[in-house]
Design a binder for this molecule. Structure first.
Ligand SMILES: *Cc1c(COP(=O)(O)O)cnc(C)c1O
Ligand SMILES: [Zn+2]
Length: 428
């Protein structure tokens, strides 16, 4: 007797109409209604104990030791030929100075700047590019505020796929642009903002047949879930009270919510931390919707020093609303001044991060001051990108701003004499 063919484990499901598409369908959106797709894994085979053992056993080496692919069962179980750097396995840091700065008893920092191209985008991209290879894509493309393009460029190069990246001309941090060029992506500087880039690349995907690796790509979300899974693992699966992250296009907010709900469903944790998504005041359409109970979606013309979250019409809005609702989360906005002060505080501990990342730490301080987060609650703030991503913002803050901001560390030009050095030492 032959058994019935096994139902595939992974599907793409439309979050608007419920339409189901096979795992290898290359369409970026629901083919019935245009809604956002979500990857659905079912059913999950191994028991909790078995899963946890697999996650740690894989740390041994090779592509499956990556901080993404260690969690393969809940990322993309059917993937075999992995395009992995490897990535992930990032540290959970503690710096007492930041406890004092935020007013918390203990703040933990999940530092995603430790990924191979310096941002969490690598966690999504290893899955996205692995999927692109699986379905036989001949080229890949994305719109980006910079980090997605740096990451896509690197992973496409590894996979041997041509990559096309669209970034807003004049508004990409130097380190990110440099990476796209270095890794060999065809880089288009679009005379418009990120939201224009996103529209354009979606049209290109439809009409020119390239595989889209924007954050609307549901496989990228699956990879980004592992930020949360790994942090929970580092906390021995005792969930923190809060997880705080910067929010721009809202892919990560969506990924965090999905990871938490799934982790509870699969018995990995017994309660959900609350999510706090932090936007920049000049790019805060999601915070505005939150204040109105998500009664309606907003679009704004975005402006902020934190270019990675300089987004006025977030693509993953619907998914992120779900994430905030399901985790009893909050959304807030902080000013560019608060972001830069938080960044200076993080940088001064020797940890360092890019401006957008510091929004999470600025958000923690705000929420503690407002009493939303209790000072003894356990909090993980995510630092999304590396300090070297945006040298322009650093020099502007430390070297150029007049009057010097509170954390400015001005370089001093001297004559080549020991006297001059001694004078500086003496004046400290
Ligand atoms: C992409 C990015 C963000 C924003 O993440 P979304 O998923 O777009 O909300 C924040 N910080 C950095 C460093 C990023 O690269
Ligand atoms: Zn649909």
């Amino acid at each position: 007797m032959t058994s019935a063919p096994e139902r595939p484990q992974t599907w793409q499901v439309c979050i608007a109409c419920g339409h189901e598409m096979v795992e290898t369908d290359p369409h970026p959106r629901c083919t019935r209604c245009g809604g956002l797709l979500e990857v659905d894994h079912r059913p999950l085979g191994p028991s909790r104990v078995d899963l946890l053992r697999r996650f740690t056993d894989r740390r041994g080496g090779g592509a499956s030791s990556s901080g993404v692919w260690r969690f393969k069962e809940i990322v993309l179980p059917s993937a075999t030929e992995l395009i992995s750097h490897p990535e992930g396995n990032t540290p959970l840091l503690h710096r007492a100075a930041l406890d004092r700065w935020t007013g918390l008893a203990r703040l933990l920092l999940k530092h995603e700047g430790h990924n191979p191209t310096g941002s969490f985008k690598d966690r999504g991209m290893t899955v996205g590019v692995t999927q692109a290879k699986r379905i036989g894509a001949t080229a890949v493309a994305c719109a980006s505020t910079g980090n997605t393009s740096a990451s896509l460029a690197a992973y496409a190069a590894q996979a041997g796929l041509p990559a096309l990246v669209l970034v807003p001309a004049g508004n990409v941090a130097l380190g990110k642009l440099a990476q796209s060029l270095a890794y060999g992506a065809k880089t288009l500087l679009v005379r418009g903002d990120f939201d224009d880039c996103l529209r354009l690349v979606e049209q290109a995907g439809e009409q020119l047949g390239v595989y889209l690796l924007n954050s609307i790509n549901p496989f990228r979300i699956e990879g980004q879930k592992t930020i949360v899974l790994e942090a929970l693992e580092q906390l021995s699966w005792t969930p923190p009270d809060w997880i705080v992250l910067p929010a721009g296009n809202l892919g990560n907010t969506a990924a965090f919510g999905k990871a938490l709900v799934e982790a509870r469903t699969w018995g990995l944790i017994d309660r959900l931390p609350r999510l706090a998504a932090v936007q920049a005041e000049g790019a805060a359409p999601f915070a505005q919707s939150f204040r109105e109970g998500f009664a309606r979606r907003h679009r704004v013309k975005a402006e902020t020093v934190a270019t990675a979250i300089r987004i006025g019409d977030p693509a993953s809005y619907d998914r992120a609303v779900k994430a905030i609702r399901e985790t009893n989360g909050v959304v807030l906005a902080v000013s560019d001044t608060e972001i830069l002060e938080a960044k200076a505080a993080v940088d001064a501990t020797g940890v360092g991060c890019e401006p957008a990342s510091a929004a999470s730490v600025a958000g923690v301080r705000r929420l503690v001051a407002a009493g939303t987060i209790g000072s003894t609650e356990s909090v993980v703030a995510v630092l999304t990108g590396h300090v070297l991503k945006d040298p322009g913002a650093l020099l502007a803050y430390h070297q150029e701003a007049e009057p010097p901001p509170p954390g400015a560390n001005r370089p001093v030009e001297i004559d080549p004499s020991l006297d001059a050095v001694a004078r500086i030492l003496g004046s400290r």
